[in-house]
Design a protein around this ligand. Structure first.
Ligand SMILES: Nc1ncnc2c1ncn2[C@@H]1O[C@H](COP(=O)(O)OP(=O)(O)OP(=O)(O)O)[C@@H](O)[C@H]1O
Length: 371
């Protein structure tokens, strides 16, 4: 497809938005570079949709500013902002055909295209989304997943300076979702249009985002590449947001030697914790960073007993009991094949894959304290 409109950077500065007593956005700071594919990840109610609506001009911030292409958007009507937004609730015309729904944005005075060009564009987008066969059907007669693709097509068909996509794949089955993910990524790469993509699915965010922003309670906790977010999570909330099985987080205290000690787990690890002895901390280690067997070549060793095993396709998740704590690891199926409940096991972990965090507080997840 041809890039029909110059792509624009998107910036939010200190954006606040409340609905009555609910704070939806609590000082959002965001910079999305021109042409970037940026994923905004967060749980339900975190403020993702409100962020997109504010950029589109469908919501007015109570404070703060939105910039598109370096220009402040206060007072600029949604129609004049040049962004295309796809809602989770589709906003389609149910009695009209899928083709008509795709064509309608190209009939508006601003985006009107000559007939032949419009037809080519619609067919290109329909092919990309795998809905060519459905073009003559009324949208009301399509499945949720098919409707969702039409809605996405309606956004992609028209030239835009930025695409704002709100969970555009949420109604598709797993296989189609995966295929569409690859297509979407290709669209971004080909067209180089700035894309802000909202999801609560961390796998999707890792697969798609050039960069990812993690949002919680109306604030962006961390922005970074997938490597930064994975290896250097800002806090335990970000650490928990990525990776299945979940990261292990073991509470403990800093020992007199400055190491990590877990009274409940009945072990100490000779890693230097940058906090005073006696401080409550948490040790984070991802299940795939722990291996079964004795530690060699500078790795650290833990011993425990098998609590439960669960086959995950080609791998097995093994939950190991350490004192009164549990630790989960993912091992190749063959390595875990002979394990029975209560078998003693040795675990090995490389010191560089350990993360240390402050203890969680009721209102604030513990921040990372390792560099
Ligand atoms: N029009 C509105 N009136 C009142 N409260 C609203 C309105 N829109 C959003 N909110 C509230 O603002 C907060 C943020 O909502 P938002 O829809 O942005 O979250 P989200 O991260 O997109 O969630 P989800 O993933 O469930 O769509 C929520 O507490 C929500 O209930």
């Amino acid at each position: 497809m041809t890039p029909a409109s110059a792509s624009a950077s998107v910036a939010l500065r200190g954006v606040h938005k409340s609905y009555g007593r609910t704070t939806a956005l609590d000082g959002i700071e965001l910079d999305v570079a021109e042409g970037e594919f940026f994923c905004l990840l967060g749980p339900s109610g975190a403020g993702k949709t409100t962020t997109l609506k504010t950029i589109a001009g469908l919501e007015e911030p109570d404070a703060g500013t939105v910039e598109l292409g370096g220009r402040e958007m206060t007072g600029v009507e949604p129609y004049d902002r040049g962004v295309a937004m796809c809602f989770e609730s589709y906003a389609l015309y149910p009695h009209r055909s899928a083709y008509d729904n795709l064509a309608s944005p190209l009939r508006s005075p601003k985006y009107r295209l000559p007939g032949a060009e419009a037809r080519t564009r619609i067919h290109e987008v329909a092919e990309l989304l795998g809905i060519e066969r459905l073009l003559e059907r009324p949208v009301g007669a399509l499945s949720n997943g098919q409707r969702q693709r039409v809605a996405l097509g309606r956004v992609l068909v028209r030239p835009a300076r930025a695409f704002l996509l709100d969970e555009p794949l949420s109604h598709l089955d797993a296989k189609l979702r995966q295929a569409m993910r690859a297509e979407l990524k290709a669209i971004g790469d080909v067209r180089h249009t700035t894309t802000l993509y909202v999801t609560h699915d961390s796998v999707e965010a890792l697969a798609l985002g050039d960069r990812i922003g993690v949002i919680r309670d109306g604030r962006i906790t961390q922005t970074g590449t997938r490597e930064e977010i994975w290896h250097r999570p800002y806090d335990t909330f970000v650490a928990r947001a990525f990776g299945r099985p979940l990261i292990n987080l073991l509470p403990g205290t800093v020992t007199a030697e400055g190491h990590f000690g877990s009274a409940e787990g009945g072990f100490e690890l000779p890693v230097d914790v940058p906090a005073a002895p006696g401080t409550a901390v948490q040790l984070g280690v991802r299940p795939r960073d722990i291996t079964l067997g004795e530690a060699v070549g500078g790795a650290l060793e833990l011993t425990g007993t098998v609590y439960v095993t669960e086959v995950l396709g080609r791998a097995t998740e093994v939950t190991v009991r350490l004192g009164s704590r549990h630790l989960s690891l993912v091992a190749p199926r063959a390595a875990a094949a002979g394990l029975r409940v209560d078998d003693p096991v040795r675990l090995s972990v490389r010191p560089e894959s350990l993360l240390l965090f402050e203890a969680d507080r009721p209102e604030r997840p513990g921040r990372r304290i390792t560099p």
